[in-house]
Design a protein around this ligand. Structure first.
Ligand SMILES: [Zn+2]
Length: 206
């Protein structure tokens, strides 16, 4: 499976979510049924993973199709509200990837008190849509982890409205949210974040 075959539009949204789960599980980003994936479909709906399922072995019955303008239904992940908030507020977002990857989790704890991590000078910054040079300074917000998803979504909205940001954020001690216009973009961004966070950790340890 390659990123190139992934699309996240219309009837393909469920397939994109299933493939994103496999892609992420193969990289060890979604241990112990963690993580969730979604893609924007048609008619104001999204496809999103159900709660508590192995993201590396998803079938179509593990993917819920829900409306953007109604509360998350039973069987959906507690974090569905974070996905919905992003889709409602940002029409250009077509897919969202949430992973509990090691580098993101460790770095989010280390930099949590600062509220962000700055990535700059890396060639791989060009993996992010719209970035053309390594001479870029990308701020990745870090939010305290919370079980109050509504309050967390409001805090994230305020921060993202404050100015241009990276296509993702960290929840401290929890993991990474990354997004893109398509699932292919969202996964490329997640992979770039995970690599760059690994570089930051390796540099700090040197
Ligand atoms: Zn999570």
């Amino acid at each position: 499976m390659t990123l190139a075959i992934l699309q996240a539009t219309g009837a393909d949204a469920v397939d994109a979510v299933i493939e994103a789960g496999r892609f992420s599980a193969a990289r060890g980003w979604v241990p112990a049924t963690s993580g969730n994936f979604s893609a924007r479909g048609q008619a104001g709906r999204i496809a999103i993973t159900a709660s508590g399922v192995d993201k590396g072995a998803l079938s179509s019955t593990d993917v819920l199709q829900i409306a953007l303008d109604t509360p998350p239904p039973a069987g959906s992940s507690a974090e569905t509200g974070l996905h919905l908030a992003l889709y409602r507020r940002h029409p250009a977002i077509g897919a969202i990837v949430h992973v509990h990857s090691t580098h993101a989790t460790v770095l989010s704890r280390r930099h949590g008190p600062a509220g962000e991590i700055l990535l700059e000078g890396y060639e791989l910054l060009k993996a992010f849509s719209g970035i053309r040079t390594h001479e870029t300074r990308l701020a990745v917000p870090i939010f305290p982890n919370s079980q109050d998803i509504a309050a967390l979504a409001d805090e994230i909205d305020r921060r993202l409205d404050a100015g241009p940001q990276a296509p993702g954020y960290l929840l401290a001690g929890h993991g990474l949210y990354a997004w893109g216009a398509t699932m292919r973009d969202a996964l490329r961004h997640a992979e770039a974040f995970e690599f760059l966070f690994g570089c930051e950790l390796a540099g700090a340890a040197a």
